[in-house]
Design a protein around this ligand. Structure first.
Ligand code: ZN
Length: 281
């Protein structure tokens, strides 16, 4: 069971490091509910416990809004407040303290650019953060800590952004187009293809793409290869190990090639016969 959990955690960590650029030491942003859970279940020292499940040194963060909320909750959370005060304060833009969950959501932002793991016992907050790309979530269950597996949304996000990278972006297209146009302008002297110049100002992307395509094909007339050319593999001849020894140059020629060679060989043989017949007569 424990091995299975480790394996799952490792897989999730690989996902976040590979797809979102998380790096060690990991930064864990804790909210009040999580700190309270740590204290109540005596999961101490907290950084060691978290380092164990993330198999990396960690830095624990919280926000001043979280501290304020713990303070507001009174005596039953005083121990959690004292523990939370030892954490690093992640900067939030709230002069007047807001609810802890909205503060954390804002610190994480649209794409978690600070690479925070978020640790919370608030299931609603975790669910909300599942919809943000690149937010690993941590929660406690009694005295064990868990790293949630990437949500379906996050996996889908990575998949679509990967697909996006495979295609040309608008900017890349612009650069490509510009270069093609420049090359065209340079080669215009010996190229009477004026259509391309006409299309230069048109806003229709398909038309200009076609123009670029045409320019490439017209370039090919000059003899520039625009894609690598691969040699086709062909049988160079029969397997030399299964053949009789070559006798002469003519024989060597005959063995080259395929069906046509076979036919020519037959013809040659008959001619040879004739020749020998002539010689003998
Ligand atoms: Zn705040």
């Amino acid at each position: 069971m424990k091995v299975k959990k480790q394996k799952r955690h490792r897989k999730s960590l690989t996902f976040y490091t590979a797809c979102f650029g998380f790096h060690k030491p990991y930064r864990v942003l804790c909210d009040g509910t999580f700190v309270h859970h740590l204290v109540a279940n005596r999961i101490t020292p907290a950084d060691t416990a978290l380092a164990n499940i993330l198999s990396s040194p960690v830095k624990l963060y919280t926000t001043s809004c979280v501290l304020a909320e713990l303070k507001r909750l009174g005596k039953s959370y005083s121990e959690a407040l004292e523990a939370a005060k030892n954490l690093i304060i992640a900067r939030c833009e709230h002069d007047k303290c807001v609810r802890a969950d909205s503060c954390i959501t804002e610190v994480v932002g649209e794409n978690n650019s600070e690479h925070f793991f978020v640790a919370s016992q608030d299931a609603d907050l975790r669910k909300k953060l599942e919809e943000v790309p690149g937010v690993p979530l941590i929660f406690g269950l009694r005295n064990a800590l868990f790293l949630e597996s990437p949500s379906a949304f996050q996996k889908e996000y990575v998949k679509t952004s990967e697909e996006g990278r495979l295609h040309m972006t608008n900017k890349e297209y612009q650069i490509f187009r510009e270069r093609a146009m420049n090359r065209l302008a340079a080669g215009e002297a010996d190229n009477s293809n004026t259509e391309i110049v006409e299309n230069k100002d048109s806003e229709d992307p398909i038309a200009s793409a076609q123009a670029i395509k045409r320019s490439i094909t017209s370039r090919n007339k000059i003899g520039i290869k625009d894609r690598p050319q691969f040699k086709r593999k062909r049988a160079k001849g029969p397997n030399p190990l299964s053949c009789k020894k070559k006798k002469s140059r003519e024989d060597q020629k005959e063995t080259k090639g395929d069906n046509t060679a076979k036919r020519s060989r037959k013809r040659k043989r008959s001619r040879k016969g004739q020749m020998s017949a002539e010689a003998s007569s």
